[in-house]
Design a protein around this ligand. Sequence first.
Ligand SMILES: NC(=O)c1ccc[n+]([C@@H]2O[C@H](COP(=O)([O-])OP(=O)(O)OC[C@H]3O[C@@H](n4cnc5c(N)ncnc54)[C@H](O)[C@@H]3O)[C@@H](O)[C@H]2O)c1
Length: 352
Amino acid sequence: MKRILVTGGCGFIGTNFIKFLFNNVSGEHTVVNVDKLTYAANPENLMDIEQNLPTRYFFEKADISDIEKIEKIIDKYEIDTIVNFAAESHVDRSIIGPQDFIQTNIIGTFCLLELVRKFQKMGKEIRFHQVSTDEVYGSLQGSEFFSETAPYNPSSPYSASKASADLLVKSYVNTYKIPATISLCSNNYGPYQFPEKLIPLMILNMLEGKELPVYGDGLHIRDWLFVEDHCSAIWMILQEGKIGESYNIGGNNQWENLKLIQFLATILAEKTGRNIEDFTKLIRFVKDRPGHDRRYAINSDKIRNELRWKESFDFTTGLRLTVDWYLNNLDWVEKVRSGDYLKWIEINYRNR
Ligand SMILES: NC(=O)c1ccc[n+]([C@@H]2O[C@H](COP(=O)([O-])OP(=O)(O)OC[C@H]3O[C@@H](n4cnc5c(N)ncnc54)[C@H](O)[C@@H]3O)[C@@H](O)[C@H]2O)c1
């Protein structure tokens, strides 16, 4: 039984991870969700768990770089495991303003590592897991795949901040022998994803008859994984992963952006009884993102072979579930959009 501090638990993957822990994992684990509640968070995501499991789930509003407050939380709940999801996560926002990315993704991770080191010195071992991204490896040109030994070569302030945090984690393992692991995952999709990210943005724009902005020629390639499969992989690493190791998590499921949008249009047409062309005619090519990586693809043989992890959702099933979730949760969309999201879109797309 673990006493787990999940950071960023009110965001997309953190929410799914906490639900996964309570719905799919046996054992009486305790979860403390620490979240600063940025524009990307919605604490209502976990209201059901908060109400049903008041002795096993706790929420604390805090910034991971507030080292004194986090120390008190670790102490109060006798935390033995930290899973660090908290981050500024949107590449476009990191290009417009990188500062919050440096503060949360690098300094925030540093503060957590310092606390793990401090508790270790006092004789209390805390297992630390850093949730990272395949974007740290940078862009691939040919047909190869990145394995865990590939050098880091980040292109955006977002991926550079995640890469920096990973390097700090590695240094704390080597220097202070803290018990940490890292996972590097490809693009996630699924319920509760903030509608600035590609898949929910496209679903909602299709439903609302708005333009579907596609960067450059639309031939950029990403590997996609259903969020619950990411959660099961992280759980497996916490159970059986080797301290000091990094694990790639990917779906072997590469799609060009344009093809993915066309596939989404077919699913939405099927679900709404409308024509595919009603949606595909909304596609608009817009100026490419600066430093836009052409292709990400990772080799996830290590976690598959060593830990026997395997995804449970194929892409069609996962996308259908995702489209259904957004169709059934338009009130959730309205709520998260009423933050500063609309203002940001207005500024970002004004000159397009
Ligand atoms: N979304 C993906 O496709 C993907 C893929 C691979 C890795 N990741 C990584 O997974 C993690 C979660 O991503 P996501 O898509 O759920 O992000 P998200 O933006 O949906 O959620 C991030 C959460 O972190 C919280 N947060 C931000 N700054 C904080 C701070 N200083 N202190 C405490 N909480 C803070 C936010 O309020 C939010 O709830 C990130 O570390 C991201 O780099 C994401």
